[in-house]
Design a protein around this ligand. Sequence first.
Ligand SMILES: Nc1ncnc2c1ncn2[C@@H]1O[C@H](COP(=O)(O)OP(=O)(O)OP(=O)(O)O)[C@@H](O)[C@H]1O
Length: 541
Amino acid sequence: MAAVAAGVIAELCAVGLMALAAWLITRASEQPALSALSLAIVGVRACALARGAFRYLERLAGHDAALRVVARLRPQVFRARAGRPALRDGDALSRLVSDVDSVQELLLRCLSPAAIALVVATGSVITCTVVATTSGVVLAAGLLVDLVDGARELAAFGALPAAAARAEQHAARLRRRDGAAARSSSALFAAGILVQGVTAVGVTWMALLAGVPQTSVAVVGFLALAAFETALPLTDAARRWTEHFPALRRIAELLAAPPIALPKPNSQDLALHAVSVHYDRPALNNVDLTVEPGRTVAVVGASGAGKSTLLGVLAGLVAPSAGRVERPETRAATQDAHVFSATIRENLLLAAPDADQTRCERAAAQAGLLDWIRCRPAGFDTLVGEAGQPLSGGQRQRLLLARALLAEPDVLLLDEPTEALEPELADEVLTRVLRTRTGRTTIVVTHRLACLDQFDEIVVLDAGRIVQRGPHRDLAAVPGPFRDLRDAEALTDFAIRAQDDPDAAPRRSPGEGCANVEPAQPSGILQQPHDHRTCRPAARR
Ligand SMILES: Nc1ncnc2c1ncn2[C@@H]1O[C@H](COP(=O)(O)OP(=O)(O)OP(=O)(O)O)[C@@H](O)[C@H]1O
């Protein structure tokens, strides 16, 4: 509202500037006393200065309002989206992000200019009508013709998506249509300018016929020209509207949609009974699993064994093809979650809008990100995402983990939460998440087999079936799938270290758990070792 008001004043100043200048020139030709012109001279200067100041205020207030709307909308959309299976679809998620950005475009580039143009056009018509009624009528008619032009523009651009869809199969036709659309766009713009000129001439002529003083004739003529300056950009606003409106519709549909029908909490335990999931082939096969409240479970297995699918079923994101699921309230953090172009705090608060600084710091500390955040000059107000500070894979992952932890869910489901971290840091973060969990059920899908001695139970999946389960000490004591996986990991680990440093000995021999892992270096940054206690780059090891 403030932006529209500032915009209207800026445009009225622009129109007033033209009108006053016209009056001044015409009146000056009559060679009156200078005192008769002084007020108009001051008016011209005031209008010129005020126009710039109010344009600046309009931009400021407009962007402020749009960013506020977007900041309120994003968590709403995020929550409406959370829990829906499509959240796991990267395309759907990025479209969701750009949809919210489109709302910003609609507010700033379509609605605000349209509201300003409407008020300024009405004001100009009224002024012209006061000077000479017929001039006002001509100006109103001219502006209407221009708006109809805009509407045709709208129709032309509105037809583009349909044309583009058809042209996907006929690329040549698309090029021809694109060319035609560009030509029609230019023609419409030229027509707008023609209407502007014809209307200005018509308004001036009508004022002459009405016999009003010469100075007033000049005023209404220039006023008519200036009035179009706010109306002409509406063709561009119309083009943007047709581009961005579908995004607004998608968001409205999403917010209006009833919440996803997640099965109601029907148990304190998290339990799967004979659950199978078939995509084009089986991903889970007759799985039984019961996790009591407060327990910690690690799900391991080779790639494609069905770990993420199992987690998806537990979270309610994947519907089982057969079997029964019992679940208390659950919240899942998956690696598909998005880091928004916003501050670290705003990214965290998506999960818990009411969380205070202490909770944010606690979650960041648990995720191993607090030291890094404190080393940023702006701390939690550091801008991240596309428009902000680039994040390494590990920083991004820890931010997403902190967001999930901030929600303080009863059941935390994590799919490879430390996948992008250096092994030592991964172990450090996982250890902290488990040690600070205060009774929360925690289920973690992981490829990394260190630290598993900290879990109450390990579930080993192979080809969609649970092939082994039990505490670490039991599984580590007998030959079987878990030992096979662990030996394979130790060998890979050794091979990588040997490649990096031929003299290096394996840091962890098969059978050692997290407690035996070398004390974690507080590196925090993947690409460049960093000492967070001093916020300075650390010497490379
Ligand atoms: N949305 C899907 N559509 C079709 N097949 C899928 C889908 N998701 C998973 N699958 C298939 O189901 C099987 C299990 O996949 P899942 O992602 O659960 O395995 P995973 O153990 O988590 O693997 P990774 O460790 O590589 O992430 C795989 O064969 C996979 O190709």
